[in-house]
Design a protein around this ligand. Sequence first.
Ligand SMILES: *Cc1c(COP(=O)(O)O)cnc(C)c1O
Length: 421
Amino acid sequence: MQTQILERMESDVRTYSRSFPVVFTTARNARLTDEDGREYIDFLAGAGSLNYGHNNPKIKQALVDYLASDGIVHGLDFWTAAKRDYLETLEELILKPRGLDYKVQFPGPTGTNAVEAAIRLARNVKGRHNIVTFTNGFHGVTMGALATTGNRKFREATGGVPTVGGTFMPYDGYLGDGTDTLDYFEKLLTDKSGGLDVPAGVIVETVQGEGGINAAGLDWLKRLEQICQDNDILLIVDDIQAGCGRTGKFFSFEHAGITPDIVTNSKSLSGFGLPFAQVLMRPELDTWKPGQYNGTFRGFNLAFTTAAATLREYWSDDTFERDVQRKGRVVADRFAKLAAWITEQGIEASERGRGLMRGIDVGTGDIADKITAKAFENGLIIETSGQDGEVVKCLCPLTITDEDLLEGLDILEKSAKQALS
Ligand SMILES: *Cc1c(COP(=O)(O)O)cnc(C)c1O
């Protein structure tokens, strides 16, 4: 495999190609093929951007048809038939059945673009600067979003410019079982000498992806919603990774029965791995003036087309979400068994997650890396997350076949046993 030019010309900032140093050529659903014709099962799925698999034929057909018909590809934020169709489909299949009433903003196409827009909107609505965020939260790496991202590696890469406007509170479980971390947040809000600037909004992932597959308790999320309501604070759920079906519901917050004021989506929103993001907001929060938040690539018509096709294909009824929940139980069960085996080897390990967003905490990044490196040798693409990279995480396509899912789990188990015994 010829990798010279890739190693020589691409910036050292590259990441995933270090863990998986081969040249990929084609992919279909949960299988990737490299230039030598070797196949890999994909438990990374574009960090959760490929919930419906690689080159999903049903979604691809909608894209090919649209291109063949000379449909608008780039239209700034023009009204297009593709945009209208997407909004109609989103309203009919997702929002109305869930009793949700949101207006939709299309920021630039990345997750961090959506987070920037969401926190700026919250600040403009409330006229306050502070955004409360949580330990181990990941919300993107542009300056505004970075202020709400916990990971020191990203926070230090600003050339010394301070990241301002975010205040960290302990996420659910941060102080161990038996402590409700929201006691601290609520105390600071009510204590006039607590030192906390009253926030415009709180931004939270219901399951932290990059932070280590930490799933907040449903009661904790309900209480967080209540605290926000009681204190005139906007609740922003960052559903960029946990949304679009990953946890077994379209929106991850559905499990808790809460209704955020603002929601961000990106990653799997297009259904096809195309760049696409949206901010959902309660209609009365839409205080933007025309063009006050802009960007050249707002709403990508190819992504409108694939996103609408995805919603029609997978979200017309609950068949798909029930299947995701079933597969999630399969992974949880196998991960619990593997964690028990690892613990028997003297390395304390535990299983965690929600739906098909699952991980095994093996304590240190070193051990996790040994397992994932061995898995790659054995034909499985799987990554780690958490503050030290100590969590081996499964983000396989939700559409993965049962055969591939079981084969991937077998490879992981075999690799862990090879790496640790
Ligand atoms: C990936 C991610 C982002 C950032 O999205 P980008 O497209 O990488 O900018 C923000 N929030 C969460 C929860 C994410 O997982």
